[in-house]
Design a protein. Structure first.
Length: 258
């Protein structure tokens, strides 16, 4: 089967978009070079100041292949209490991410480092109209409450796992992304069946590796996720791969229709 190609700009064709991943220092130059050669777009997120600077430099070196999202991940909020760098960093990036709340790491209560960091970053994203990639594991309802006070650019609930919040998420027009865990997780498959194809993205969350898939990781897994979605929705795989790529470009603020 021939892969679909989506026009991103007159000089570039896109085969698929990995809508959420992290680029580490060691093997990333190779990952970026392979993505560029294959026509793959990578939406790369930082988790702290240092990794945010790194994704910006990857994006600068590979325009049209790497789109930089900068931010402080819930796991790093205690360490990164000084966020004075963030607004300027966001100006040089495509959007904010990975930001959010997760009680696995530390408190998400009133006055907590996580909540302060999340709201500060949403405030900056609102001022700049930037798209935002949100982590909400274990704090989905609280995250939705907080998001209700901000008007940022397009919003992605990355790797959403809670089916009961899906109606509210879709009603607000937020995007939802699926990782390769969709290939074996019955819970994610149930959630995906109820998802709106026009608001669905696909991701690898690299360098996360997937034990049930033999420990593999990386953007090359992304088409399999689209193929599994196609099966769940009863749609042609090629159409779903193209649709998720168009959705990702729309999330970025492009004018891709459909
Ligand atoms: Zn991530």
């Amino acid at each position: 089967m021939k892969c679909p190609e989506i026009p991103l700009c007159p000089r570039q064709r896109v085969r698929f978009v990995d809508s959420h991943l992290h680029l580490d220092a060691s093997d990333s130059p190779l990952a970026v070079a392979s993505a560029r050669a294959a026509g793959v777009v990578l939406l790369a997120c930082g988790v702290d100041r240092e990794t945010s600077e790194r994704v910006i430099s990857f994006a600068t070196g590979a325009p049209g292949t790497v789109e930089a999202f900068v931010g402080v991940h819930p796991s790093e909020a205690e360490k990164e209490r000084d966020l004075s760098w963030f607004p300027q960093s966001l100006e040089r990036a495509r959007g904010a991410g990975e930001v959010g709340l997760d009680p696995t790491y530390s408190s998400t209560g009133e006055g907590s480092a996580q909540l302060v960091a999340f709201t500060a970053q949403l405030g900056a994203a609102e001022r700049q109209g930037a798209p935002v990639q949100v982590h909400s594991r274990g704090a989905e309802s609280q995250v939705l409450d907080v998001l209700g006070s901000f008007r940022t650019g397009p919003l992605l609930m990355h790797w959403l796992e809670r089916e009961d919040v899906l109606p509210a998420v879709l009603q607000r027009g937020y995007y939802v992304s699926f990782s390769p865990a969709l290939l074996y997780s019955k819970k994610l498959q149930r959630l995906a069946r109820r998802c709106d194809p026009a608001l669905t993205l696909v991701e690898s969350d690299s360098p996360v590796s997937y034990g049930p898939l033999g420990g593999v990781h990386g953007p090359a897994l992304v088409p399999s996720v689209a193929f599994r979605l196609a099966e769940l929705w009863g749609l042609p795989p090629r159409e779903v791969l193209a649709q998720t790529a168009r959705n990702a470009l729309r999330f970025l603020g492009g004018d891709s229709k459909g």
